[in-house]
Design a protein around this ligand. Structure first.
Ligand SMILES: Nc1nc2c(ncn2[C@@H]2O[C@H](COP(=O)(O)OP(=O)(O)OP(=O)(O)O)[C@@H](O)[C@H]2O)c(=O)[nH]1
Ligand SMILES: [Mg+2]
Length: 293
């Protein structure tokens, strides 16, 4: 199935390439299109420099050749970003999910639980978003629907304690994966950010090692602020990977092109819809093609 990302960009590109002329103004317009998709200026410039060089060297003149060369330039830029989720040799493998409010953490956990379960793994989700009763209930409903185990805290309770209990239960029951949900928080709120640090410490205590992945969930509509979020969450929580959600409904998903380069944190998963099946591992070529077609 073809990915459909970045609403609207295809039309802009069709118009540009439709002019049938390859000149400097084409590159200027392409730069504008990339920037409108929230590809950062540095990354956009590098991609277009690469494209210019190929156009010159290979004397490309047909719009379709240029479109495919552009897709290749973007794929090249992203090539070393493909990076699968770490799976521990000693079960349970623990993934902690963080991010700002509404980014898609809980939904992503449901999707990943579904995927792992369909691969025959035993999965336990930890409802460590104790901030709102409704959040615990939301994960509970997903757990039932997907058919995985859940460890819940009480509303207002200590999220670290939930993660501790979940890991302990997972060890006792022979669970393969623990997926821990946390409350959404703004990266500018110091006390809430400290709480994340504590959750990390607690899971270290229960597991004997840090969580295998600390996954920052970012809404694909976030634009260049995504970099800033990644920086701030990275400082307190040792983020190991990024999940970009809602790429099905945005024209601005280009910001992820800069995350790895700026912060050394790879994009691991992407969310492309609201259903449990709508999760993909990040594939550079698929992403580049979706950006342009
Ligand atoms: N279209 C689309 N919607 C998504 C995607 N991922 C999540 N959503 C929607 O985004 C909204 C918020 O998702 P949640 O998973 O509740 O987000 P959260 O980060 O857990 O939110 P808080 O716990 O409140 O911080 C829901 O309506 C989801 O259905 C996606 O990949 N595509
Ligand atoms: Mg949530």
């Amino acid at each position: 199935m073809r990915l459909k990302l970045f609403k609207g960009i295809k039309d802009k590109l069709d118009r540009l390439f439709g002019r049938g002329v390859v000149d400097e103004s084409l590159f200027e317009d392409l730069e504008e299109v990339l920037l409108s998709a929230d590809v950062g200026i540095t990354v956009a410039t590098e991609i277009l420099d690469d494209l210019r060089m190929r156009v010159r060297k290979e004397k490309l003149e047909h719009p379709e050749e240029i479109r495919s060369a552009l897709a290749q330039a973007i794929t090249k830029k992203l090539a070393n970003e493909e990076c699968p989720l770490v799976v521990s040799d000693s079960a349970p493998t623990v993934y902690l999910f963080l991010g700002v409010n509404g980014a898609g953490k809980t939904t992503t956990i449901a999707k990943l639980a579904h995927k792992l379960k369909s691969e025959g793994k035993r999965v336990l989700v930890a409802a460590a978003d104790t901030f709102r009763a409704a959040a615990i209930e939301q994960l509970d409903i997903w757990a039932q629907r997907v058919g995985v185990e859940i460890v819940k805290g009480v509303p207002g309770g200590d999220p670290g304690a939930v993660v501790f209990d979940a890991i302990t239960a997972a060890k006792a029951r022979g669970v393969d994966f623990v997926l821990a949900d946390t409350a959404g928080r703004q990266h500018t709120r110091a006390n809430l950010m400290q709480e994340l640090e504590k959750i990390g410490r607690v899971s270290q205590k229960a597991l004997g090692r840090p969580p295998d992945e600390v996954l920052l969930v970012i809404d694909g509509n976030t634009g260049q602020n995504a970099i800033r979020q990644a920086e701030e969450f990275g400082k307190v929580a040792g983020v190991t990977g990024v999940v970009v959600t809602k790429l099905d409904g945005t024209a601005r998903g280009g910001a992820i092109l800069g995350v790895k380069e700026r912060l050394g944190i790879p994009v691991k998963l992407i969310g492309v819809g609201e259903k449990v099946e709508d999760l993909r591992t990040f594939d550079a070529k698929e992403y580049a093609d979706a950006l342009l077609e």
